[in-house]
Design a protein around this ligand. Structure first.
Ligand code: 13P
Length: 254
């Protein structure tokens, strides 16, 4: 089985390249003895190349990638370009991008082109609200099926699924805390959908949790949430908190 993974999504932070280097180095200095946990940081595109030079241990990821290699797509950045500056992962289908108009079909194209370019997609799925009739399970099922349509069994193990209930994300107005029980229930459901689609290969797909996870509840989600890692946003902007989450993961019985 693959290592557990802690992925920091910096979103559109920090404001300057100097701050980015300081934050990144602050993490790098404190994780030199980490062996069992994969540590990934996803900064804004423009910091990737510089940060790449600061640590061999931290794996870099991007927060989006366009489908296609090169061409007349003003403002876009391709997966191949990101690979060439050192990214090895890419977050795709984050709810903040879906809110800007990205749909499952767009995400599906991006996943395929990321895989072609050698990037490992971190596919984000999750509902905005939990309705009483449990319709949110169907929504997550559709996100998985449509975003992963046509992805072959032979390469599916490269994909990570991040369950991010939008109602729990730190910037959602009137947000609520998700519990490790909420997480485990959804992780089991996601495993079932993946196993129906990819048979035995589904067992190699890591499922992680994001949604306001921090150094205080990381242990609970990792021990009781049925997941193989975490995707903190806000907590990843504090080197001490992020490192603490990594160390909690490292200390788990495997
Ligand atoms: P927060 O940890 O700030 O809630 O963000 C979660 C997230 O969106 C990670 O991708």
């Amino acid at each position: 089985m693959s290592k557990k993974v802690i992925i920091g999504n910096w979103k559109m932070n920090p404001f300057t390249s100097k701050e980015a280097e300081k934050l990144f180095s602050g993490v790098a200095e404190n994780i030199s003895d980490i062996k069992k946990t994969e540590v990934v940081i996803c900064p804004p595109f423009i910091y990737l190349e510089k940060l790449k030079k600061l640590s061999k241990k931290i794996i870099l990821g991007a927060q989006d990638a366009f489908s296609g290699d090169v061409g007349a797509f003003t403002g876009e950045v391709s997966a191949g370009m990101l690979y060439s500056v050192g990214a090895r992962y890419v977050i795709l289908g984050h709810s903040e991008r879906r809110a800007l108009g990205e749909n499952n079909s767009d995400i599906n194209k991006k996943i395929k082109s990321a895989l072609d370019a050698g990037l490992r997609p971190i596919l984000c799925v999750g509902e905005s609200v939990r309705d009483e009739n449990h319709g949110y399970f169907n929504l997550v099922k559709a996100q998985l099926e449509e975003c992963l349509a046509g992805v072959s069994k032979t390469i599916i193990s490269k994909v990570i699924i991040a369950y991010e209930p939008v109602w729990a994300i730190s910037t959602t107005p009137d947000r609520k805390d998700a519990t490790s029980d909420d997480c485990r229930e959804m992780a089991i459901f996601i495993k079932k959908i993946l196993s129906d689609k990819f048979s035995a290969e589904a067992g190699k797909i890591r499922i992680i949790y994001g949604g306001s996870v921090n150094e205080k509840d990381a242990g609970d989600f990792l021990k009781n949430g049925g997941v193989d890692g975490l995707l903190p946003g806000r907590a990843s902007l504090d080197a001490k908190k992020f490192t603490e989450i990594v160390k909690i993961c490292e200390a788990l019985e495997k």
